[in-house]
Design a protein around this ligand. Structure first.
Ligand SMILES: [Zn+2]
Length: 195
């Protein structure tokens, strides 16, 4: 397994956020969450600089190793310890998080794609679900406001599957949040934009 080093946090000036003791940054983020997102972005920038070419030209096994390294770093930043595994799935299923085993499963067919964009975004998305589950189980362990945690809890209890209503599936709080999280991390790492 390749362990990706977390690079220096070069663009977040922490002192800027010291006076913000409560409330959400940018309408939705607390300080700890902003820091976690920054770390994930830096992990992905490190991947881009040091492992992307190896990923593209590598075989399924080396891609698996690289992704496991990325996955561990993302999990450390978010304070979750979800396992990652690749397994056969239907063509339209890309990944899922199982809260009972705290496992992120990703369709193993995606390892055949030399472009890692989709598989990384799916991993980020599913890790975010692991984080949401943790927030609901242990609200005091995360830096997320009570209203949002309650929304996530209600949503997990009344989850809308994509087969039932695809639009409503995308719009529900836990899916919207996981998609936003994955986009923020991926887009910032690959476009070098600041959050
Ligand atoms: Zn999801």
């Amino acid at each position: 397994m390749i362990k990706l080093e977390s690079t220096e946090n070069s663009f977040i000036d922490v002192s800027k956020y010291e006076n913000i003791s409560e409330g959400r940054l940018d309408g939705r983020m607390f300080i700890a969450e902003k820091m976690a997102i920054s770390e994930c972005i830096n992990t992905l920038k490190n991947f881009q600089e040091n492992y992307l070419e190896e990923y593209k030209s590598g075989d399924v096994e080396s891609r698996n190793d690289i992704l496991n390294g990325l996955h561990s770093s993302f999990c450390n930043s978010l304070g979750v310890n979800a396992l990652l595994k690749f397994e056969p799935m239907g063509v339209f299923q890309m990944g899922c998080h199982n809260p009972e085993t705290n496992t992120v499963a990703i369709n193993d067919m995606m390892l055949c794609d030399s472009d890692p964009k989709e598989i990384i975004q799916i991993d980020l998305h599913e890790i975010r679900h692991a984080f949401q589950e943790k927030a609901v189980r242990m609200p005091f362990s995360v830096d997320i406001d009570d209203v949002t945690i309650q929304q996530w809890e209600d949503n997990f209890a009344n989850y809308i599957s994509p087969e039932l209503d695809f639009e409503a599936y995308l719009d529900q709080p836990v899916e919207a949040d996981a998609n936003i999280f994955a986009s923020i991390v991926y887009d910032n790492a690959f476009n070098n934009k600041q959050i």
